[in-house]
Design a protein around this ligand. Sequence first.
Ligand code: AOF
Ligand code: ZN
Length: 401
Amino acid sequence: MLHRSTVLIAKQYRAPSEPRKSHILVHVLNNHYFSAVANPPNQKNPGSDVFMKRALELASRSAGNASPNPMVGAVLVHNGRIIGEGFHKEHGLAHAEVNCLDNVSEADKQLIPESTMYVNLEPCAHHGKTPPCALRLVQEKVKEVIIANADPFEEVDGKGFEILKSHHIHTEQGIMEKEGLWLNRRFFCFHQSKRPYIVLKWAQTAEGYFAPLDRSRYQITSINSRQLLHKWRTEESAILVGYQTALNDNPELTARMYSGRQPLRIVFDRTLQLPLTHNVFNNAAPTWIVNDRLDKEEGNVRYVQILFNKNPLTQILEKLYESNKLSLIVEGGAVLLESFIREGLWDEARVFTGQASMTEGVHAPLLTGFKKAFESELGGDTLNVYVNKASKYKYITGMEL
Ligand code: AOF
Ligand code: ZN
């Protein structure tokens, strides 16, 4: 059965050298994105959930473009009427609150001091790429600011709200908090756990096999699932595979069937055996080759040296944290995926079960400590999404991945 929340991604997709109609993916992971309201309606501000839901919708438009910043949307409301909207489109560009205020018409500008801003993240207090949003709100004399989540970024971390309060702007926090937490789980995980948010992804046959015994490349899933994977790649900061997978499958590890940002490619290659003619060395995206002997940069390839006998996964996660990478998708092989599972270093697992059949093969990883989020169908494949039981970021029914 189709999961109810499935989003149309056909519109945006065009394979590089093919006409628009080919490989159209009509399957979706969400057509009722924010239909689920997990929190009880706000008593003091009865319309709050509706406006915060709109702020979250606006925020979600920057999926794949905001990182390492969070996805933030803002709505300015006067007497139940929206007079301004905005979102943070891309890292380095204006923040949501500023876009929202700049969007108010000349005629409505006089209403700003009597209006309420709904924004899913605490307004910032620091001079970063742009001036502090909290000061802009003070300057505009906005009457009230309602947020979903406080900003854990140490330059903000409550200071934005303090600025507002000290200027007698009424504030409220926690409206649709769980939805906001899920939407920005990569950003929150990065700042709260000091490591990237980790997504595990693999495909298996109905019999539970991951690959043929000789580990040769074998297509288990449909074109539709592969296109969805390319969309996912545009939404994560980095993508990781093990040495055997890079060697045998020779993957390019880029998003080619969906337009968007290319993640950083990371390959384990302890003793630098991978042929330089392999696809991960092409110019399509920056690449890290994780090894035990070389630390240098050559064009778009960075050789990252680590100690392989001392928590290699943790070392990679530390390097990613230092490089401001909010999230990581691990795509194989089975041994590498299992080591992330064994160490409890994962947040979400996305598992495709394809229609291909095998009578023997390499066993798919065995997931433990999970809670099932949802199941969906795509081009004949079944997609199961799980979240780590220990995760602070709970999946909200109906929300997009
Ligand atoms: C907001 N509104 O729309 C966003 C915020 O490098 P900068 O100057 O863009 O600052 C990035 C930090 O600002 C980011 O880590 C987060 O704490 C906050 N993001 N804040 O008030 C926004 N995107
Ligand atoms: Zn800001």
